[in-house]
Design a protein around this ligand. Structure first.
Ligand code: SAH
Length: 253
């Protein structure tokens, strides 16, 4: 059983002594749901700067719970940085994509309002959703022990995606006979890549043309048509597992 995990950005650092004051929400969760106790060890995830993983002991100070640092490990650089460009989906589907993205160590999630995206949130609705979505990403990192939560960009219209700024290794999930099976794509050496998945209603022809014209390799995820959320998770899982396989192979040779 691994140690309970805490996001340290949500706690307050008590100056210079390697102590943190737990925020109320995480303290309650730790004590009530995870049945943690004074003296127990927890793993703190700090996604600031280069990232740190901290081993800490739970202490009590009056009505507060503190964490006392026992050991600090600098986070190793992730050899794979995935940017997921995804048509904005209905809430439950989009939230599943966020959870999986955090667990699979996606670097950045960029929701795109496509012509056939079902949700059309206004600015105020988006603002409210963004904080809920960021919480979901944080929770996902606690499940998986990822030090960094994916960055979440504000949703943008398809025509406003800054194509030039995207990583040069580009793959788009397309339901097209010309799409290359994802398993035949060798993205292991890419390091940084962008994976694009359409909305529930699929890309329009003109969106597909823009993707192809912007250097995206069309990839297929098999003969079955997947929900957009399943497609996003399947693709990201494939890239992540291929990278881990490569890492293992390098360690063994
Ligand atoms: N509603 C549409 C399917 C949309 S699938 C229909 O019934 O035809 C939503 C998105 O998931 C697609 O735009 C594509 O990016 C991705 N996708 C789903 N299944 C896929 C597959 N087998 N290969 C490649 N991309 C796929």
């Amino acid at each position: 059983m691994s140690l309970p995990r805490i996001r340290l950005e949500l706690c307050s650092r008590l100056d210079g002594e390697g102590r943190w004051r737990l925020d109320e929400f995480q303290a309650r969760h730790l004590m009530k749901a995870l049945r943690c106790y004074e003296g127990a060890m927890v793993e703190g995830l700090l996604g600031e700067g280069k990232g740190e993983r901290i081993l800490a002991r739970v202490e009590r100070s009056g009505e507060f719970f503190l964490l006392r640092t026992v050991d600090v490990k600098a986070e190793e650089r992730d050899p794979l940085e995935i940017t997921l460009l995804i048509g904005l989906l209905k809430h439950s589907q989009f939230e599943s994509v966020l959870r999986a993205s955090a667990e699979l160590g996606v670097k950045s999630v960029r929701p795109v309002l496509c012509e056939r995206s079902v949700p059309r949130p206004g600015a105020r609705e988006t603002e409210g959703k963004m904080s809920r979505w960021r919480k979901i990403l944080d929770e996902g990192t606690k499940v998986s022990g990822s030090v960094f939560a994916p960055d979440l960009a504000d949703p943008v219209n398809f025509r406003d995606v800054g194509w030039d700024a995207l990583p040069s290794a580009r793959y788009a999930a397309l339901l097209s006979p010309a799409a290359v099976p994802l398993a035949n794509v060798d993205a292991r050496a890419a390091g940084e890549l962008v994976f694009a998945v359409g909305p529930e209603g699929d890309w329009t022809d003109s969106e597909s043309s823009v993707l192809l014209g912007s250097g995206f390799v069309p990839v297929s995820l098999g003969r079955r048509i997947l929900r957009a959320s399943t497609a996003a998770m399947a693709g990201c899982a494939w890239f992540r597992l291929s990278a881990e396989h490569e890492l293992q192979r390098c360690h063994n040779t």
